[in-house]
Write a protein of this length. Structure first.
Length: 93
């Protein structure tokens, strides 16, 4: 989901949570919804879901994904910072 400029993340998260709960299952509702400036993508436009998952699990970014494979390597920075806050990744890579 991409937020419109100036949109309220809390309102969007509440709406998204309600839709997931009603159309899928309460089990699928995430614990947290966090806004990031950009979704990391490869050079050919694929979302980097697995590398992000690995970074959030504590793997250093340079082991999770090659910077040269990313369209915008700085898009990983918010996930590295979030992993630090969670007690995961120690280094940005």
């Amino acid at each position: 989901m991409t937020l419109a400029d100036g949109a309220d993340i809390d309102a969007a998260a509440t709406r998204l949570t309600a839709v997931i709960r009603s159309e899928l299952s309460p089990r699928h509702v995430p614990d947290r919804i966090v806004a990031v400036p950009a979704i990391p993508r490869t050079l050919n436009g694929k979302k980097c879901e697995v590398p992000v998952k690995r970074i959030l699990a504590g793997m250093p970014v340079d082991q999770a994904v090659a910077a040269g494979a990313l369209a915008e390597p700085r898009a990983m920075d918010p996930f590295v910072e979030f992993a630090r806050e969670l007690g995961g990744s120690e280094q940005p890579g």
